[in-house]
Design a protein around this ligand. Sequence first.
Ligand code: NCD
Length: 309
Amino acid sequence: MTTVGVCGNLLGIRDLDGARILHFLDQAEAFREIMDRDIKKVPTLRGKVLVNMFFEPSTRTMTSFELAGKILSADVVNFSSSFSSLSKGESIKDTARTLMSLGADVVVVRHPHTGVPEFISRLIPVPVVNAGDGIGEHPTQALLDLYTVRRRLGELKGVNVTIMGDVSHSRVARSNIFAFTRVGARVRLVAPPTMLPAGVEELGVSVFHSLEPLYHDTDILYLLRIQRERQSESLVPSLREYSNLYGVNAGVLSRFKKNVLVMHPGPINRGVEISADVADGLSSLIEEQVRNGVVVRMAALYLLTRREG
Ligand code: NCD
C-alpha cells in the first residue's frame, strides 16, 4: 500500500481499509507522550505550511487542527470564509490557487457542500484533509472516535457500537460507519425512519427504531446532534418529541448494561439528544474525544506530508 486514501489525501474513511485505519491510530498513540511534556513542541513539520480553510463555522475542529499543526512546528494559516475573498465572490478555484502561491504544504478543508474537499484536491498538488463536507464525511472525527474507544476498551474488534440520531444528515455517522465496521466492530443504528438513509444496511450495519433491543449489549452509545441547520426539524414532529423518544438521560442510561460509554462529536444540544447529567457524567467520553482529537490530527498531518511513496 503506497498512499493514504486517494493521492495522499484524507478525504474519507471510505477510501481506507482496516489496516490503514489502525496505522493512523498507532501513529497517534506514538505522538501521545508529547502531550504530557512541559513543552509540547516537536520539530516534525518545521518549515511546512498548514492552511486551514473553513467555509463553515467550527471551533472544535479548527482549533484542534491548528493546535496539532503548531505542536508539530508547522506554520499555521487559518482562513475562514467570513474573512476571505469568497464573500467577495472569488471562486473556490481561485482561492485554491492563491493558497498554493502562498506555499501551502497541506490544506485542511471544511465546507457546507459535499465533495468540495475532493474538488480542491484535484486542483492543488499538496495533500488535502477533509474536515467535514456537507453530509459527506468527517474522517478525522471517526479516527479520533476509534482512537478513544481503543484506548478505553483496549480493542475495537467485536465492540458493539450503537449510533443514535440523525444519521441521514450526519457526516460523522457516515465516517464512523465505515471506520468501525472496517476494524471489526459491530455497528447498529437507531433512528426514526425519516433520519435513516435508504439502503444503509448495505454498509454492514443493522437498523433499529428503538434502543430497547440494544440495552443489554451496547458497549458504546454514540449520540448525534439534531442537525438543525440541515433541515432535520421537519423530519421529526418537534424537538421535544424527539427528545422524549430518543433523548438519553440518566434514567435511559440506567437501563443499559454496566460500563456502557457515551460518545458525541459535539456540539451537543443539552436537553435534546443528551441530558446535562449524562454529558457531564462518569460514562461520558465527550471531553476525552476532544482531547484525543489533537494527537489524531497530528498523526494525519504527519502521515500525509511524510511522502510515503
Ligand atoms: C460535527 C461536524 O461538524 O460534522 N462536529 C464536529 O466536527 N465537532 C458534528 C456536528 O456538527 O453535529
